[in-house]
Design a protein around this ligand. Structure first.
Ligand code: ADP
Ligand code: MG
Length: 718
C-alpha cells in the first residue's frame, strides 16, 4: 500500500460502496487519509427523548417502530417515517427522499439516531437523522478515543460525513487499518519544518494520526488546526502566484488625473462620498501603471459602486490607443438581464452628452446607443452588426450578461473589464472576459457579498481590496422588524400608510407556485402566484399587484421591471430574482415571507433593494419558526450596522461548517474553521508571500508545486 494506491485495490468493496466512495470523491489512500471527521462525538451528546430541544443536535438511542413509507400529496415525493422510543418518551423521525430507510430496519430494532430536532405543526421530530442499527446501548460501547482524559467513562469517536453505502464507521475502520500499516510514517510533509515550528503545528504524520484518532481532545484540535492552515496556505500560494503571473502582462497605461473627470462627475445629481472618491483615486493609480490592475471593489448594497464604475469607464473614453482614432474600450458584465439592461440605461443617462457609443448584449438581443434615427435614445440592432462595431472599436462601452464572453464577441482595444456582482460568476467566466483583451485589460471586480474579512483575504488573495465603507449621505438605516403571524395585520396597516404616501412594495416569497420537489417546502412556504392573488383579494385590493420570478422569459421580466419603475405596479410579488442589483428608488418597503429559508447574506441583499433613496425604508421579516437559532439569526439583521458586521455575526452564529464554503468558495469545512481565526489567515498569507518572494516558481518546493498542480480549484486569473 502506498499513498497513491487505490482504495478499491486495498479494501474489498461492494459495488454500492464503490459508488459511494466515488461520490465522496475518495479514490486513493491519501484522499482517504485527508477525509477528516467533522467532529468527535461523545456520549455527553446522548439525550433522553423527553429532553430534546428544538434546534439542537442530538444523539438518541431507542427502539424503532411504526416504520412506513409515504408520499407527499403535493410533491409526490416519497419519504420514510418511524417512531423511536426510549424509556423517557417517543419522537418521530422523517427521512425525505430516502424511502428505503423504512426497509432497512424491522420493528423493535435498537437504533442510534443523530440529527437535528425540528419542529412541525407544534410537534418535535428528527429531520433526516443519521441512523444505524446498534447492538449495544451507549453505556457499554467501550471504544473511547480519548482514553486518557476519560474519567467518567466518556465514550468518544470520530464522526465522518457519510453517504448512502458508506458509514462513518466504515471510514473509521478503513483509516485505522491504513494507519496501523505504518504507511503514514513515510509520507513526506510538503510544509517546511520552519513554518510548522514557527506556529507550533504538528508534522504531517503526527497530524494524520491525531486528526483521526486523537488520544486527547487537544490532539484532535491541533491536528485540525494544522490542516486548516495547510489549506489556507495552499489557496494563498495559488492565488498569489496567479496574481504575479497576471501582472507580468502589460496593460494600457491610462494617465487620468482626478481633475479630468471632475466635469463628468459634476453632472451627477449628487456629490460622491469620500469612499467613492478614494476608490476612484486608488483605481486611477492602478491605471497609471502598465501593470494590469486587479482590484476588488467591495461595498455594501446601495453604496454606489455603479458610480465608481461609470467614472472609470469615462476615463477610458478619454484615451486612445497609440496612433488610432477609436477609444479604449470597456466591457461591463452583469449577472442578469434585468441588471445589464438597467446598467445600459443608466450609462446612457451618464454619457448622453458625450460622443460615446454604448452597446448592450444579452441572450435576448442587442441594443446600441445612440440610435441613428433618434440620437437621444437607443435602438435594437442585430448581434452581427453590434459585434462588428465592437470588433472595430466603434463601441466604447459594451454592457452585457454572460453573452459578453461568447466567442463571437471580440474587442479592438479592450482596456478595462468590469464585473458586477462578481460572486455570481464562476472563475472560468471571469477568466474568459479577461482573455478578450490583448494587451490584457485592467480588471475591476465588484461585489456586495458581505463576507468576513478573513474569508475575503483568503479567497481574494489575488485581488487588491478597496472598500466602499460609507453609504450616500442622508440614507436612513432601514427599519427592520421580525413579524409573526399575530402581527401580520398590523404590518399591513403600517405598509398601507407608506403606499398611500406613494411608495412601492416588494413582497418576496420563497417559491413560485409549481409543485416543489421538497415536500416540506411545498406545504409550508408561500408562493409568488398564490400570495399575489391573496394580497389582491384580501389585503391591498386598491393597488396594482404583479409578479416576477425566474421562470418568466427575460423580456417578460424586463417589461415587468419597467412597469414597476414607472410606478404602474405598486406591489411586486417576487422570488429572490430581485436580489441582485435591481434599483427602484421609490420602492422602500420589502416584506420577506419565510425569512428563515434564506441565508443571512441573501436577506441582506434583498433588503438592500429598499435603500436607494432618502425615504425611510422598511423591511419585514416574516417567520413562523420558534427555533431559537432562527430567531438569533434574524435578530442579527436588526442589529448589524452593515454587511461586513453581519457577515462576522453570521460566522459566529452558524459556525464555519454551515457557511457552505465548499460550494461557494471552494474552501472545505475544515478550512472554514481557520476563517474564524484572523491570526491564522494572516500567517498563511504572509508565509505564502514570503515563499513566493524567495522562490517565485516554487521549484525549490517540489512537493508544494505538485500539490498545487493537483488542485482543481483555480484562481480568478489562471
Ligand atoms: P450598488 O453599490 O449596490 O451597486 P448603486 O450603484 O446601484 O449601488 O447605487 C445606489 C443608488 O445610490 C443609485 O440610485 C445611485 O444613483 C445612488 N448614489 C450613488 N452614489 C451616490 C452619492 N454619492 N450620493 C447620493 N446617491 C448616490
Ligand atoms: Mg450594483
Amino acid at each position: 500500500m502506498t499513498p497513491d494506491s487505490r482504495i478499491d485495490a486495498t479494501f474489498r468493496l461492494t459495488p454500492l460502496q464503490k459508488v459511494a466512495l466515488a461520490k465522496l470523491n475518495l479514490h486513493t489512500i491519501i484522499e482517504l487519509l485527508y477525509y477528516f471527521p467533522t467532529r468527535y462525538s461523545s456520549i455527553s451528546e446522548i439525550k433522553n427523548i423527553s429532553e430534546l430541544i428544538i434546534g439542537e443536535r442530538a444523539i438518541i438511542y431507542g427502539k424503532i417502530s411504526n416504520l412506513k413509507t409515504a408520499k407527499g400529496y403535493v410533491s409526490k415525493m416519497t419519504y420514510a417515517e418511524a417512531t423511536i422510543e426510549d424509556r423517557t418518551g417517543k419522537i418521530k423521525a422523517v427521512w425525505f427522499r430516502q424511502p428505503y430507510i423504512a426497509k432497512m430496519f424491522v420493528e423493535g430494532d435498537f437504533v442510534k439516531l443523530s440529527g437535528t430536532v425540528t419542529e412541525k405543526s407544534g410537534g418535535k421530530y428528527l429531520n433526516n437523522p443519521e441512523i444505524e442499527k446498534t447492538k449495544d446501548m451507549p453505556i457499554d460501547s467501550g471504544n473511547s478515543l480519548f482514553k486518557n482524559t476519560d474519567q467518567i467513562g466518556m465514550v468518544s469517536y470520530p464522526v465522518y460525513p457519510e453517504t448512502q453505502g458508506i458509514t462513518s464507521r466504515w471510514i473509521y475502520h478503513a483509516i485505522d487499518k491504513v494507519i496501523k500499516s505504518g504507511l503514514v510514517e513515510n509520507i513526506v510533509d510538503p510544509i517546511p519544518n520552519e513554518i510548522l515550528e514557527k506556529y507550533h503545528l504538528p508534522a504531517l504524520k503526527t497530524a494524520l494520526v491525531w486528526v483521526h484518532m486523537p488520544k486527547e481532545e487537544s490532539h484532535g484540535l491541533i491536528a485540525r488546526k494544522r490542516f486548516a492552515f495547510e489549506e489556507i496556505f495552499f489557496i494563498q500560494l495559488l492565488r498569489q502566484r496567479a496574481k504575479k503571473e497576471y501582472e507580468k502582462n502589460k496593460s494600457f497605461l491610462v494617465d487620468t488625473k482626478k481633475e479630468d473627470v471632475d466635469d463628468f462627475i459634476s453632472r451627477f445629481p449628487f456629490r460622491p462620498t469620500d469612499a467613492q472618491t478614494n476608490a476612484i483615486e486608488a483605481i486611477f493609480k492602478d491605471l497609471r501603471s502598465e501593470k494590469p490592475m486587479l482590484r476588488l471593489l467591495e461595498g455594501d448594497v446601495g453604496s454606489g459602486k455603479t458610480f465608481v464604475a461609470a467614472a472609470i469607464a469615462y476615463a477610458l473614453t478619454q484615451e486612445h490607443s497609440q496612433g488610432e482614432f477609436t477609444k479604449l474600450q470597456t466591457a461591463y458584465m452583469a449577472p442578469t438581464e434585468i441588471l445589464a439592461t438597467q446598467l445600459f440605461e443608466n450609462f446612457i443617462k451618464y454619457f448622453s452628452h458625450l460622443p460615446v457609443t454604448i452597446g448592450l448584449v444579452t441572450g435576448s438581443g442587442c441594443k446600441k446607443f445612440p440610435s441613428k434615427v433618434d440620437p437621444s435614445g437607443w435602438t435594437n440592432i442585430s448581434k452581427t452588426q453590434l459585434m462588428k462595431w465592437v470588433a472595430g472599436g466603434e463601441v466604447d462601452i459594451l454592457v452585457g450578461t454572460h453573452a459578453i464572453i461568447q466567442k463571437t464577441v471580440s474587442f479592438k482595444n479592450l482596456a478595462l473589464a468590469i464585473i458586477d456582482e462578481q460572486h455570481r460568476f464562476g472563475t472560468s467566466q471571469r477568466m474568459k472576459l479577461v482573455h478578450k483583451g490583448q494587451p490584457v485589460p485592467h480588471f475591476l471586480s465588484m461585489t456586495a457579498t458581505p463576507i468576513p474579512r478573513t474569508l475575503a483575504l483568503t479567497i481574494y488573495g489575488d485581488l487588491d481590496l478597496t472598500l466602499l465603507d460609507a453609504m450616500p449621505p442622508g440614507r436612513k438605516p432601514i427599519i427592520t422588524d421580525i413579524v409573526y403571524a399575530t402581527n401580520r395585520d398590523k404590518m399591513y396597516a403600517d405598509i398601507r400608510k407608506e403606499l398611500e404616501a406613494g411608495r412601492q412594495l416588494y413582497v418576496i416569497c420563497p417559491r413560485i407556485d409549481e409543485p416543489d420537489p421538497d415536500k416540506e417546502m411545498a406545504l409550508q412556504a408561500k408562493s409568488v402566484t398564490e400570495e399575489s392573488k391573496r394580497l389582491k383579494k384580501n389585503v391591498f385590493q386598491e393597488y396594482n399587484i404583479d409578479i416576477l420570478h425566474g421562470k418568466m422569459t427575460p423580456s417578460e421580466k424586463e417589461k415587468t421591471m419597467a412597469r414597476f419603475e414607472d410606478k404602474k405596479i405598486d406591489i411586486l410579488c417576487a422570488t429572490s430574482v430581485v436580489e441582485v442589483g435591481v434599483n427602484v428608488p421609490n420602492a422602500t418597503i420589502i416584506v420577506i415571507e419565510g425569512a428563515e429559508r434564506f441565508g443571512l447574506a441573501q436577506l441582506h441583499q434583498l433588503r438592500g433593494r429598499v435603500i436607494r433613496s432618502n425615504h425611510q425604508a422598511f423591511c419585514y421579516l416574516l417567520t413562523e419558526s420558534s427555533n431559537q437559532k432562527t430567531k438569533d439569526r434574524l435578530h442579527a439583521l436588526k442589529t448589524a450596522k452593515n454587511g461586513f458586521e453581519l457577515a462576522e455575526m453570521d460566522l459566529a452564529l452558524r459556525g464555519a461548517g454551515e457557511l457552505g464554503g465548499k460550494k461557494q468558495w471552494g474552501v472545505s469545512d475544515l478550512g472554514m474553521e481557520a476563517i474564524k481565526n484572523l491570526k491564522m489567515v494572516e500567517a498563511a498569507r504572509n508565509e505564502a508571500r514570503e515563499m513566493l518572494k524567495k522562490n517565485p516558481t516554487l521549484k525549490k518546493y517540489p512537493l508544494i508545486s505538485e500539490k498545487l498542480a493537483n488542485k482543481h480549484e483555480i484562481s480568478h486569473f489562471e
